[in-house]
Design a protein around this ligand. Structure first.
Ligand SMILES: Nc1ncnc2c1ncn2[C@@H]1O[C@H](COS(=O)(=O)NC(=O)[C@@H](N)CS)[C@@H](O)[C@H]1O
Length: 460
C-alpha cells in the first residue's frame, strides 16, 4: 500500500506493520474511541495477554467457539504452564471482576481496553480485515445488576458504535445475528455491517448480551440491597482496525486515499507555487497561512520541496488522502485570495484571503458530511428486498444485502443460506424487521408464514 499506512511484507501470516502515517490515523481513531467510552462512564484497563487454559475453557460455548482459533504459549523458559494468547478477554476479566465486585453499589462496572488479541483464523487472512494479530482491538466488558440494566448497556453500546462510525463517515446496517451465528457464549449478538466497494459485507463491530453465562461459571456475584447474592449480568462489545479498513476502502478512489478530516493526520496541505522573483513573497504568505491554520487547530503541512513540481505534489497529497489543498501563487497574493482544492470532489474554490480560516473550517466539516452522505446513499442502494429465490440470487450476484421473508425458524434460516449460497446477517435492528412482511411465505420453508425480513449477503 504505497500510501505509507501499512506494510504487508512482514513475514508472519495475518500480522502486518503499521507505518508512521498509518499510526497517526490510528491514534486519531483511538482518541475518539476513548473519548466516547470515557464520556459514558467506561474505565480503561490493561489486562495481561496470557489466559490460563482452564479459564478459557470454563464457559462451554465460548471454548467451543474459540478452541480451534487460539494461539498457545506452549513453552515459557522451563515452565510448562498451559497458557493461551487472549482471543478476546471475557475469561481474563471475569476472575478479576469477581475480586472487584462486592455489592450493588459496585454496579454497573464498565471497563475497556485497546490491545492486541490473537486468533488463528481458519479462513484466509487479509490485511487489516482478517488478522491473526488484531492489534487495535477495542473490547469493552461490563457487569450489571440484572438483565434490564445489561440490555440498557447494550443499547448504549450500539449508540457508541453509531457515533464512532458516523465520526469516520462509515455507513452501517445494524442486525441481530441469527442464533447460529452469535458470539460464542452470548445470549444474543447485535452486529454492525457495512458494504465494501466490491459488494461484499464486512462485520465492523459487535455488541453481545452475555446474560449470566460467564458470571455463573466464574462465580461473579453481588449482594443485592435486600441481602441476597445474585450473579451479575454481563455484556461485551468490540471493534478493531477493520473500522479503518472500511473507512479507507469506502472513501478511497483510483487516486488513492480520501480521508475524512476528523481522522486525517494532515487536514490541509499548502503547496506554494514558486515563480521567479516572487519566491520571497510566496514563502512569507505560505508561512503566515500555516500559522493561522495551526492557531485554529487545523492539522496543516507545507510542502515546499524544491525538487518536486506542484503537479507532482498535487498527485502525491491526493494519494495520501489529504482532504484540502491550498495553492499559493503570485497572482493569489496580488488579488488577496487563496485557492482551495477538495480531495473528495476535486472541486476548486477561490476564497478572499481574509475569509480563509472560516472557509477551511466550513469545507472540512462539509467534506466529513459529504463523505458520510455519499457512502450512506451507496449503502442504501446496495440494500434491497426480494421475495423469490431467483430475485434474491440475482441481487446477491450484484452485491450488497438482500432482505428476504423469514419465518424466524432457525432451520429455515439455515436453509435460506444454503439456497442462496450466502450468509445470514440477521434481523434488521435499524428498521422494523416485520414491516410489510405479513402475508409473505418463508423463502425456504414456504409452508410457513414469514414474520421477519432476514438480511443475507456475501461477506468477508
Ligand atoms: N480476525 C479479525 N481481524 C480483524 N478484525 C476482527 C477479526 N475478528 C473479529 N474482528 C473484529 O472484532 C470485532 C469483535 O470481535 S467479536 O469476536 O465479534 N466479539 C468479541 O470478541 C467480543 N468479546 C466483544 S469484544 C468484530 O465485530 C470484528 O469487527
Amino acid at each position: 500500500m504505497e500510501t505509507e499506512v501499512y506494510d504487508f511484507r512482514y513475514p508472519v501470516k495475518g500480522a502486518y506493520v503499521w507505518r508512521p502515517y498509518g499510526v497517526k490515523i490510528r491514534r486519531l481513531v483511538e482518541s475518539y474511541i476513548r473519548f466516547v467510552h470515557d464520556e459514558t462512564g467506561h474505565q480503561e484497563v490493561l489486562f495481561p495477554v496470557f489466559i490460563p487454559y482452564e479459564f478459557l475453557a470454563k464457559e462451554s460455548e465460548h471454548i467451543r467457539g474459540f478452541e480451534s482459533e487460539v494461539f498457545w504459549v506452549s513453552k515459557g523458559g522451563a515452565s510448562e504452564e498451559r497458557l493461551v494468547l487472549r482471543p478476546t478477554s471475557e475469561t481474563a476479566m471475569m476472575p478479576m471482576f469477581k475480586l472487584w465486585i462486592k455489592d450493588h453499589t459496585d454496579l454497573p462496572f464498565k471497563a475497556y481496553q485497546i490491545v492486541s488479541v490473537f486468533r488463528a483464523e481458519t479462513k484466509a487472512t487479509r490485511p487489516m480485515i482478517r488478522l491473526r494479530e488484531i492489534s487495535m482491538f477495542k473490547e469493552a466488558h461490563t457487569a450489571h445488576a440484572d438483565r434490564e440494566d445489561a440490555e440498557k448497556q447494550v443499547r448504549e453500546a450500539v449508540e457508541i458504535y453509531r457515533k464512532i462510525f458516523d465520526y469516520l463517515s462509515v455507513p452501517y446496517l445494524i442486525s441481530q445475528r441469527p442464533e447460529w451465528d452469535k458470539f460464542a457464549g452470548a445470549v444474543y449478538t447485535i452486529a454492525f455491517d457495512t458494504v465494501m466497494p466490491d459488494g461484499k459485507t464486512m462485520q465492523i463491530g459487535t455488541v453481545h448480551y452475555l446474560g449470566t453465562n460467564f458470571s455463573r461459571v466464574f462465580d461473579v456475584k453481588y449482594l443485592t440491597p435486600n441481602g441476597d447474592w445474585e450473579y451479575v449480568h454481563t455484556t461485551s462489545y468490540g471493534i478493531s482496525e477493520r473500522v479503518i479498513a472500511a473507512m479507507i476502502a469506502i472513501h478511497g478512489d483510483d487516486k488513492g486515499l480520501a480521508l475524512p478530516p476528523n481522522v486525517a493526520p494532515i487536514q490541509v496541505v499548502i503547496v506554494p507555487i514558486m515563480y521567479k522573483g516572487s519566491e520571497e513573497a510566496i514563502l512569507r504568505e505560505t508561512k503566515a497561512i500555516q500559522e493561522e491554520l495551526i492557531a485554529s487547530s487545523v492539522r496543516v503541512k507545507v510542502d515546499d520541496r524544491i525538487d518536486r513540481t506542484p503537479g507532482w505534489k498535487y498527485n502525491y497529497w491526493e494519494m495520501m488522502g489529504v482532504p484540502l489543498r491550498i495553492e499559493i501563487g503570485p497572482k493569489d497574493i496580488e488579488n488577496r485570495q487563496v485557492v482551495l482544492a477538495r480531495r473528495d470532489t476535486l472541486e476548486k474554490y477561490v476564497v478572499p484571503r481574509n475569509e480563509l480560516i472560516e472557509s477551511v473550517r466550513e469545507l472540512l466539516r462539509r467534506i466529513n458530511d459529504d463523505l458520510r452522505e455519499s457512502s450512506w446513499s451507496y449503502l442504501r442502494s446496495m440494500t434491497t428486498k426480494a421475495t423469490t429465490i431467483e430475485e434474491a440470487k440475482r441481487r446477491l450476484d450484484e452485491g450488497g444485502v438482500v432482505e428476504v421473508p423469514w419465518s424466524g425458524d432457525n432451520d429455515c434460516g439455515m436453509r435460506i443460506q444454503q439456497l442462496l449460497d450466502a450468509d445470514a446477517l440477521g434481523k434488521p435492528m435499524d428498521e422494523d424487521a416485520t414491516r410489510e412482511v405479513g402475508g409473505l411465505r418463508d423463502l425456504a420453508c414456504n409452508d410457513k408464514q414469514a414474520n421477519y425480513w432476514l438480511r443475507v449477503s456475501r461477506r468477508y
